[in-house]
Design a protein around this ligand. Sequence first.
Ligand code: PLP
Length: 558
Amino acid sequence: MNLVIACDHGGLSAKNAISAFLASRGCTVTDLGTDTEAAVDYADFAVQAAETVTEGKADAAILICKTGIGMSLTANRFAGVRAALCVSVEAAQKARAHNDSNVLVLAGSVSEEETLAIVRTFLDTPFSGEPRHVRRIAKLERAERLAEVSFLAAADPEIHATVLAQIAQEDSTVNLIASENTVTRAVREASGSVLTNKYAEGYPGKRWYSGCIPVDTAEQLAIARAKQLFGADHANVQPHCGSAANMGVYFAVLKPGDTILSMSLDQGGHLTHGSPVNFSGQLFNIVPYRVSRETEALDYDALEALAKETKPKLIVAGASAYPRTLDFPRFRAIADAVGAMLMVDMAHIAGLVAGGAHPSPVPYAEFVTTTTHKTLRGPRGGLILCREEFAKAIDKTVFPGLQGGPLENIIAAKAVCFREALSPSFKAYAQQVVANSKALAATLAARGFHLVSGGTDNHLMLVNVARNGLTGKDAAAALDAAGIICNKNTIPFDTNSPFVTSGIRIGTASVTTRGMKEAEMATIGNWIADILADITNTAKQETVCAEVATLTAQFLVP
Ligand code: PLP
């Protein structure tokens, strides 16, 4: 067992006795002090020891001050620390068996004999693992999610209430919004960190403000990790969102009036791919490409013919609602055939690309843009990857061309996200997102729903609910009432307006983050089918809503 021990002046003699006892048992112990009778502040020592446990560098810690109170108050502020102040052997036994305590706090005023008996009991008692104790500890750890916004509770009760409402919604509903995910606590912490206080116009090492060393380090880490994750020559991590990333590329290499060949919004493309209500459609000559009416998948031959006819300067691949694998080598060949540049907007599939569950566009495109908050599971933001020859133009366009000060707190959170995405567990996550999507699609198909293009290769599917006599709007509202959150979506060649639609879009990124697998997907698919069988059946919606809450209680949101 790897232990750390620390005390203040009130616990020095007890620490010396415990250290000798631990040495006699052959324990590995790191002594963090104090080593003299001079008065010191307990918090300094408790912080060091608690950090060691939080970071996983020690299995457990022992802290001693005169009463034990200051040490336990301090240690318990750290994530994952369960510090127990024990002044009796019985308390030490329960602290381990019931609370799985990992920090033993002792009072220096207790006799040496009693103190050593407490330490021995603490070290020798395993956690019972009984379900009631497991459940209670889970609830204890869960309280952190509420404690995390406790300053807000006092400072702004109204906004605090909205955060609590979001927490409650996430806890008790199934989130199938294909463009959303549920980030880790580490990503949330970086997003909400003091890095928000810093102005840092420019780039690492070349800023317009002093005092940028910490944010320079954060931004350099984000850049290096993004390049490593996607195998790109250059990364600009500053775009505030996916739309800004796309704007960065357009403004770096196009002039107003230039031609862009891109997927139209009503077929699955994004607003920034040339919608008339967006800057892209207003500034550039947009030629939209569509899916095949028969297969509802991209027809690359038709795309090539259109490219040859219209000679675009830029071809945009990528979509917000396309369930099939994108053929990047084919896009490259088409671009080469007409002398166009290729930009891939991988916003939806970036996490799948990072985890190897979708082919990477990076070897094929001059530019790859993405959001960082969808399948990639990072903070809300954008990212541009490009070939070295475009690096300067992209950087100059993002700043000072389009933005002022970068959001360094968000950039730090992007760095955290990229690090997470580089881990083997993220690879497994990405594969599971697709496996879950296929399982959900199979259940819906078996229950008589038509999926656009006949199924899915990625994290999302489009369900044509019009074939079941419904509109997307009504279907999404009925599911919402049952605790199943998705969005209405146009389907290719939709005859309904974008406000009504003939489809719903469903994605598995968030439920997979929660740990759900194929079995839960079958359950959710059957709930969806049951609700859509009669959207006026409010009793059924209530029943499913309760079942959803029971299921989600077993898959806690991070
Ligand atoms: N590109 C695609 C393909 C998207 O789906 C989205 C968002 O849904 C964006 C770009 C824009 O991202 P943001 O909302 O961050 O501007």
